[in-house]
Design a protein around this ligand. Structure first.
Ligand code: HEM
Length: 354
C-alpha cells in the first residue's frame, strides 16, 4: 500500500507487512495477527490494556535486562537524569547555525545530534552510535565486548558527556561492558529516534507553512508515522478479563500506527494536517499514543521534543527542502518506524541566492 502525502507527488511506500496491517485492520478494534498474538487498534481497548498493568522488565524498550542483569527503576531513573543533563547542556551551548544539514535523512540528523551531544566522548563509545549496529544485536555486543576489553586511560576527559563518565568510572571488564551497554541503550535512542521523527516530518510535509509551529509538525508526523508503531505486552491474565477475544496465552500488540489513522477518530486521517493540533491536546487525544500510555509515558519525551524542534529550526532557517526529484520513500519493517532515505537539498530560494 502506498499513501500519497503533500505535496501530492510524494508517495510513502510501506513494507508489505505494514501495508497489509494498514489496509486490513485500520478502524478495527481487535484482530488475530498470529496464532498466539492479538492486534489491538481500538482506542478504548488499547487504553484498558495499557492501563491494566505496568510494562514488565522484558517488555520495556530501553531498560530491559542487560547482560542478564535487571536494571532497577532507580538505576534507570538515574541514567535518564544523566543523559537528560547532557542534552540540556548541549542545547545551552552556542550553536553553529551554518551547519550543513543537506544529504540523506535520518542519517544526517543522527550524525548532527551525535556530534552535538556526544562529540567529545572517546571513540570506542561514539562508535556505539553507529546506525549499522542496528542491523544485528550480535554485532552491537561484539563491538561492546571488544571496546570493554581495552583498559581505559585514567580519568575521563573533562569535556566528555555525563553518560560517558559513567563508563570512565567503571572498574573491571564486566563493569566496563555494562557501562558501554548502558551508553548504547540510553544515548543511542536520543540520536536515532529524534532524527527519525524529524525525517518523517520533513518527508510528510516540507516545505512547511511559515506560521506552522514545530510542535504541531512533530505531533502530526508522530501521528502518521509513529516511530514506536507498536507496543508489546506479553500474555497476562488481565487481558482476557478485559476482552474475551484475547486468550490466556495471547500476547497483545497495541498498534498506534493504526489507531492514529482510525477514521472514527481523525478527520481526513491520512492527510498531513499539522493545524489539527491547534485544537487537540496530544496528551489526551483518544487513540494518540506516540509516547505510550498516560499511566507511564516515555521517560525521554522531554528531551526528544526540544531536540527535534532544534533540528526543524535549523532546516527551516536554512531554507532546505526535500529534493523535488524524490517522489518515493520507503518505510521498512523495523522497530523504529520511519522513512529510510529522505534527500534534503537547498531550497529554490537559497539556490537562486535570495
Ligand atoms: C521519538 C522518540 C521516542 C518515542 C516515539 C518513544 C516512545 C516510547 C513509548 C511508546 C514508550 C512506552 C513503551 C511501553 O509502554 O511499552 C516509551 C517508554 C520509554 N522511553 Fe521512549 N520514545 C522516544 C525516545 C526516547 C528516548 C530518546 C529515550 C531515552 C534516552 C527514551 C526512554 C524511554 C524509557 C526509559 C521508557 C520507559 C520504559 C523503558 O524502560 O523502556 N525514549 N517510549
Amino acid at each position: 500500500m502506498s499513501i500519497a502525502s503533500p505535496p501530492a507527488t510524494r508517495t510513502t511506500q510501506f513494507a508489505p507487512r505494514l501495508a497489509a496491517l494498514l489496509s486490513e485492520h485500520t478502524g478495527k478494534d481487535a484482530f488475530r495477527l498470529e496464532p498466539d498474538t492479538m492486534g489491538v487498534a481500538g482506542h478504548e481497548l488499547a487504553d484498558r490494556i495499557l492501563a491494566a498493568r505496568r510494562a514488565t522488565e522484558t517488555e520495556r524498550p530501553t531498560f530491559k535486562p542487560l547482560h542478564g542483569r535487571s536494571i532497577e527503576r532507580n538505576e534507570a531513573a538515574a541514567v535518564m537524569r544523566v543523559i537528560g543533563k547532557d542534552v540540556r547542556e548541549a542545547l545551552e551551548r552556542p550553536l553553529v547555525r551554518s551547519v550543513d544539514l543537506t544529504g540523506s535523512w535520518p542519517l544526517t540528523g543522527h550524525l548532527f545530534l551525535r556530534d552535538l551531544i556526544l562529540g567529545s566522548d572517546p571513540r570506542r563509545l561514539r562508535i556505539l552510535m553507529s546506525r549499522n549496529l542496528e542491523l544485528t544485536p550480535k554485532l552491537t555486543w561484539s563491538v561492546i565486548a571488544a571496546g570493554a576489553a581495552i583498559p581505559r586511560r585514567k580519568g575521563a576527559r573533562a569535556q566528555s558527556s555525563g553518560i560517558a563518565r559513567l563508563f570512565a568510572e567503571a572498574g573491571g571488564y564486566h563493569d566496563r561492558r555494562y557501562a558501554m551497554g548502558i551508553y548504547r541503550r540510553a544515548a543511542a535512542p536520543v540520536c536515532f529516534t529524534v532524527s527519525t521523527l524529524v525525517a518523517n516530518a520533513l518527508w510528510l510535509g516540507a516545505p512547511f507553512d511559515e506560521g506552522t509551529s514545530n510542535r504541531n509538525l512533530l505531533h502530526e508526523a508522530a501521528r502518521l508515522l509513529p516511530p514506536s508503531w507498536n507496543i508489546l505486552r506479553y500474555a497476562s491474565p488481565e487481558y482476557g478479563a478485559l476482552d474475551a477475544r484475547i486468550g490466556d496465552r495471547d500476547d497483545v500488540l497495541v498498534l498506534p500506527l493504526l489507531s492514529h489513522r482510525d477514521p472514527a477518530l481523525w478527520e481526513d486521517p491520512d492527510a498531513f494536517r499539522p493545524e489539527r493540533w491547534d485544537h487537540l491536546d496530544p496528551d489526551t487525544a483518544p487513540g494518540y499514543l506516540p509516547f505510550g500510555h498516560s499511566s507511564e509515558r516515555c521517560w525521554g519525551r522531554h528531551m526528544v521534543m526540544p531536540l527535534a524542534e532544534l533540528l526543524l529550526d535549523l532546516v527551516r532557517g536554512a531554507g532546505l527542502e526535500v529534493d523535488p526529484a524524490q517522489r518515493r520513500a520507503k518505510v521498512p519493517l523495523v522497530g523504529l518506524l520511519g522513512v529510510e532515505d529522505v534527500r534534503l537539498v537547498k531550497g529554490t530560494a537559497v539556490r537562486r541566492g535570495r
